[in-house]
Design a protein around this ligand. Structure first.
Ligand code: G6P
Ligand code: ZN
Length: 541
């Protein structure tokens, strides 16, 4: 085996964001761009045992996997484990890393962003616990990308990624595994498949939109084969390199076909969708959308109905902008509630320390300690387990939940692809006056406090500052302003709006109506229209 040291020059823009390095494919296609980043990861991490590699099958996936395997061999890894066809959903990759006690893994995805030659790609490193590298590690990787002057690679023929089995590249073993089997077995060990199967056999109907992304094979195996759902339950189940030209983002805008089906006359009992790499979820009952924040709260309140969680939860974690619905559940259960910055990586330490069992984010992510990523199919199965156990509809479960805990009306308004200076003007302007806001009345609402959220991780004492501006009102309502860390074009401003209505209050309002006073208050506080010239958000979720 001949190892070559290839001279290279650093790129200045390889700073990992909320979820790894995410750029346009064309950026990744620049000379040595992917190789620089991968070498920087290898230079920073300890251990050269097993490296797991897999991606969501998007455009450029196979090319980068070929490079990564040859670089892993040159960098002294003992073994690479790769999903067949280069495919592993993000939660499945997390599971394989844990199952195989791997050094870590490279996950190739840009999640819910579109794919194709003019669209997005991404590389993320997950550590030995199966979770996204912590900020300490991603900062070190970034520092390394700024100095890198060579990468190591071996010359090898094109590696066959489509045949299950073992080959070698130099001294390193390359093991191609079934992308689905380990993950499907894990799901079967967590949930009461017999009860779900019986519910389905009894006439319960469901529809799962895989959005031509990675969950197609997973959902087909689990829902149709193992749980007996009718053929065709999984729609758009064949993963495509460009996701059929769509945004594989399971929200009401991009999964509108599913939404319309669920609101129609012949709606099935349950509808769900997942994103490009399989970590997000959308849950819709017949005639009712479940907001991700409510979904987290309902799952936490009912998780004990599934075998894996029958002993109860250690605690719940949510990202700061996620609604406080889960907080009420934690309070009722007498367990801890942790509020972290946006980004699944912040949950890893809490899960590893056993402080929490379930985590969730407003951005359609929910998961548990079974892996170290959020998990779309897992969320669907936990819902199905709960439905099978309670023998009620999604609407009944949600209504009963609000009647018990009160309702956190919630929406997120996104202003996408803003010029960076304009987005900074909104956030900077508000940040400058934050400490003068307490006690002031805006649009009839009195501000109790306002701050720039920072998070101290109690397991490793690391501090993350500037994680979003919070304005809290006397009545428990809240507005959060934050810039997205996952966009690849300009800046995206997110405004998160939340109003709490206690049990016994007005629980059946339309969300837009319930939030109207807060929407106006957000404008009065931040002057979004004035600074950006935008009349309305691009996306409301
Ligand atoms: C990814 C991350 C999530 C995060 C979401 C939104 O899906 O895995 O943890 O919540 O992006 O992040 P953003 O910075 O765009 O709001
Ligand atoms: Zn994703």
């Amino acid at each position: 085996m001949t190892i070559r040291d290839v001279a290279t020059r650093p790129y200045a823009d390889q700073k990992p964001g909320t979820s790894g390095l995410r750029k346009k494919v064309r950026v990744f296609q620049q000379e040595n761009y992917a190789a620089n980043f991968i070498q920087s990861v290898f230079d920073v991490i300890d251990g050269r045992d097993i490296l797991v590699i897999g991606g969501d099958g998007r455009y450029f996936n196979r090319e980068v996997i070929q490079i990564a395997i040859r670089m892993a061999a040159a960098n002294g890894f003992a073994r690479v484990v790769v999903g067949r066809g280069g495919i592993l959903s993000t939660p499945a990759a997390s599971h394989v890393i844990r199952l195989r006690k791997a050094t870590g893994g490279l996950i190739l995805s840009a999640s819910h962003n579109p794919g194709g030659p003019d669209e997005d790609f991404g590389i993320k490193y997950n550590g030995t616990n199966g979770g996204p590298a912590t900020e300490k590690v991603t900062d070190a990787i970034y520092a390394r990308t700024k100095e890198i002057d060579r990468y190591r690679v071996v010359d090898a023929d094109e590696i066959d990624l489509d045949t299950i089995g073992e080959t070698h590249v130099g001294d390193m073993a390359v093991e191609v595994i079934d992308s689905v089997a380990d993950y499907a077995d894990l799901m079967e060990s967590l949930f009461d498949f017999a009860a779900i199967r019986a519910m389905i056999a009894g006439g319960f109907t469901l529809s799962f939109d895989a959005m031509h992304a990675v969950t197609g094979p997973y959902a087909t195996e689990i829902l149709e084969r193992r749980l007996g759902a009718a053929a065709g339950t999984v729609q758009n189940g064949v993963p495509l390199r460009d996701f059929g030209g769509h945004h594989p983002d399971p929200n009401l805008v991009h999964a509108h076909e599913l939404y319309e089906r669920m609101m129609g006359e012949a709606a099935p009992d349950f509808g769900a969708a997942s994103d490009g790499d399989g970590d997000r979820n959308l849950i819709i009952g017949r005639g009712i959308f479940v907001s991700p924040s409510d979904s987290l709260a309902v799952l936490a309140a009912n998780a004990h109905l599934a075998p894996a969680y029958s002993a109860g939860l250690a605690g719940i974690a949510r990202s700061m902008p996620t609604s406080q619905a889960a907080d009420r559940v934690a309070e009722a259960l007498g367990i801890g509630l942790f509020e972290t910055p946006t980004g699944w990586k912040f949950f890893g330490n809490l899960l590893d320390a056993g402080l929490v069992t379930i985590c969730g984010e407003e951005s359609a992510g929910t998961g548990s300690n079974h892996v170290r990523e959020k998990d779309g199919v897992w969320a669907v199965l936990l819902w199905l387990n709960i439905l099978a156990s309670r023998k009620q509809s999604v609407a009944e479960i949600l209504t009963e939940h609000w009647a018990r805990f009160g309702r956190n009306y919630y929406a997120r308004h996104d202003y996408e692809a803003l010029p960076v200076d304009k987005a900074d003007a909104v956030v900077g302007g508000l940040r400058d006056k934050l400490d003068r806001l307490a006690g002031i009345e805006v649009n009839g609402l009195r501000i109790a406090s306002a701050d720039d959220f920072s998070y101290l991780d109690q397991t490793d004492q690391s501090l993350s500052r500037h994680q979003g501006l919070r304005v809290l009102f006397d009545d428990g309502s809240r507005i959060v302003f934050r810039l997205s860390g996952t966009g690849t074009e300009g800046a995206t401003l997110r405004v998160y709006l939340e109003r709490y209505e206690p049990a016994g209050g007005d629980l059946g309002l339309a969300v837009g109506d319930a939030l109207k006073p807060l929407i106006d208050a957000a404008e009065a506080l931040a002057g979004i229209k004035v600074h950006t010239g935008r009349e309305r958000p691009d996306v409301i979720t």
